[in-house]
Design a protein around this ligand. Structure first.
Ligand SMILES: [Zn+2]
Length: 300
């Protein structure tokens, strides 16, 4: 089945960095653009950018009280008992976006990094406009992985869901809190591709010929058998092998007491976010995705 969609004219592209305060790449680029934003200019829309969690950035922490990128569900924003710094910040960001872009079509692009060996990823929900946009980025930059998660409270709680359209860019591997030239370049390249595609959609320059790409759909999260920093760690056979094939029976954990532990799923899957530092606090070791292959088409 073909995945097809049209887009409203995009009035504003809004780029955020620092949603996780210890992901320095996005913060660096926001600061670069504050000095000179000519890189972001396309003449069919305005491009704005902001640092979304400055307090966490100052402290070099993912967040200070709660993960900002899980605070954007409308029902949570209306919850009067929501009092953490990030819950209030999400409320403020969403209200500002509503006020500043009333009646406009916005594309929100949220910049993230991962400690996992995942390369450049476009993160999106599985609904046509966002997934088509992500597919168009992959069509232009074949090295990109498209990682989609079924539209749900999980995707709607992300900052990127606050735009008419929204995608995340996730680049790795890079440790938390540090800068790497190659990762900055990858992020810049992905941002430029998104801006070029938005401009082509607006001006009728985008190719409407159907095209096929591979992308990945989220299946599940896999927890450490005994919690984070227990006996089991990611097995050396799995380490760094994001997006490769994981077969039933392959080694996934090793521990001095537990020995080798194998993957007990019934089917081949692709592991991602392997040994992601940010997920230790949740006890998550990696996630699994499945490869999909579809035809996409941009409608006028
Ligand atoms: Zn992040």
């Amino acid at each position: 089945m073909q995945i097809k969609s049209s887009f409203n004219k995009i009035d504003n592209v809004v780029i955020s960095g620092g949603t996780h305060g210890n992901e320095a790449t996005g913060v660096y680029l926001i600061e670069e653009w504050e000095k000179d934003c000519s890189f972001l200019k396309r003449n069919s829309f305005e491009t704005d950018f902001f640092c979304s969690n400055p307090r966490a950035v100052d402290l070099n922490l993912r967040y200070t009280e709660t993960d900002l990128n899980r605070c954007f569900l409308d029902k949570d924003l209306e919850d009067e008992s929501a009092v953490s710094y990030e819950e209030l910040l999400a409320y403020k960001i969403k209200n500002n976006l509503k006020k500043n872009y009333a009646g406009k079509t916005t594309l929100l692009v949220d910049m993230h990094t991962t400690t996992s060996n995942m390369g450049i990823n476009i993160m999106c929900d599985d609904e046509a406009p966002n997934l088509l946009l992500a597919a168009m980025v992959k069509h232009r930059l074949p090295e990109v992985h498209v990682y989609c998660i079924k539209k749900s409270d999980r995707t709607d709680s992300c900052l990127r869901s606050s735009g008419t359209y929204g995608i995340g860019i996730e680049v790795g591997p890079i440790p938390q809190g540090i800068l790497r030239h190659d990762v900055v370049e990858s992020m810049r390249k992905a941002v430029a591709a998104v801006l070029d595609i938005a401009h082509e959609i607006n001006t009728g320059g985008a190719d409407e010929t159907p095209f096929s790409i591979e992308y990945f759909s989220h299946i599940a999260e896999v927890a450490y058998p005994d919690g984070p920093f227990g006996d089991a760690m990611i097995h050396k056979d799995l380490e760094g092998r994001d997006y490769e094939i994981l077969h039933p029976g392959d080694n996934i954990f090793y521990g001095a007491e537990c020995g080798n532990i194998q993957y007990e799923g019934k089917e081949e899957v692709h592991p991602v976010f392997i040994n992601e530092a940010a997920y230790y606090e949740k006890g998550l070791a990696f996630s699994t995705v499945k490869k999909e292959h579809r035809e996409f088409k941009l409608l006028k």
